[in-house]
Design a protein around this ligand. Structure first.
Ligand SMILES: Nc1ncnc2c1ncn2[C@@H]1O[C@H](COP(=O)(O)O)[C@@H](O)[C@H]1O
Ligand SMILES: Nc1nc2c(c(=O)[nH]1)N=C(COP(=O)(O)OP(=O)(O)O)CN2
Length: 173
């Protein structure tokens, strides 16, 4: 994860794609604030930010979500980045209850450069991103040419394979 450079180790800067979602509370304020929290962390810069989308919930009956994606330039390795995401979720009142249940803030690490990681606590690419229009629509807006390394398809191709009828642009976002 670190590159040797002039006899000292410097962190390598990598691109990472993050999905954001919320369907409890003032979701727009929560998602904007979470994005600002990420941008304030040393070793993280926001390279691109999608529009926000109103999306029908996948999972048990619950309110619609607000979803979006951001691209980060990161000097943190993937486990450290996941730790940062989980800390920010907690800060915004995330309580883990039922799987796919409602939440004030969900931050998923979708992609990290072209890495494939499969450990009990971290899978990259996110294992369900390929089937989720609420992830692929915003991601295609900001990173259409990023290759999802397991499927071998770029995001622009993956989004064509899913039903996007339940994903609607939040006007003005
Ligand atoms: N790619 C990932 N992004 C976020 N969380 C991940 C990833 N891979 C494994 N995890 C684990 O999932 C839980 C968080 O679950 P959510 O309900 O999606 O928030 C977390 O403990 C990670 O260890
Ligand atoms: N429209 C929409 N539906 C959703 C959304 C979301 O952001 N938008 N997130 C979910 C994620 O559920 P969970 O984090 O429990 O599962 P995961 O580990 O599969 O991401 C479940 N359903």
């Amino acid at each position: 994860m670190f590159t040797k450079h002039n006899a000292e180790f410097k962190p390598k800067i990598q691109a990472s794609a993050i999905a954001l979602g919320s369907n409890i509370g003032d979701s727009l304020t929560i998602l904007e604030a979470a994005t600002a929290e990420l941008a304030a962390i040393p070793g993280i810069q926001i390279q691109a930010k999608s529009s926000w989308y109103i999306t029908k919930a996948v999972g048990p009956p619950q309110p619609d979500y607000l979803n979006g994606c951001i691209i980060l330039q990161v000097e943190l390795d993937p486990p450290k980045l996941l730790e940062v995401l989980l800390t920010i979720e907690q800060k915004f009142g995330r309580v883990r209850q039922e799987r796919w249940g409602p939440r004030s803030l969900d931050l998923d690490l979708l992609l990290y450069d072209d890495l494939i990681i499969d450990t009990p606590t971290l899978q990259i690419p996110h294992p369900r991103m390929q089937e989720r229009a609420f992830v692929l629509v915003p991601l295609a807006e900001i990173a259409p040419d990023w290759l999802e390394p397991i499927s071998g398809y770029v995001i622009r191709e993956l989004v064509k394979k899913v039903d996007c009828s339940d994903v609607h642009l939040l006007k003005g976002s």
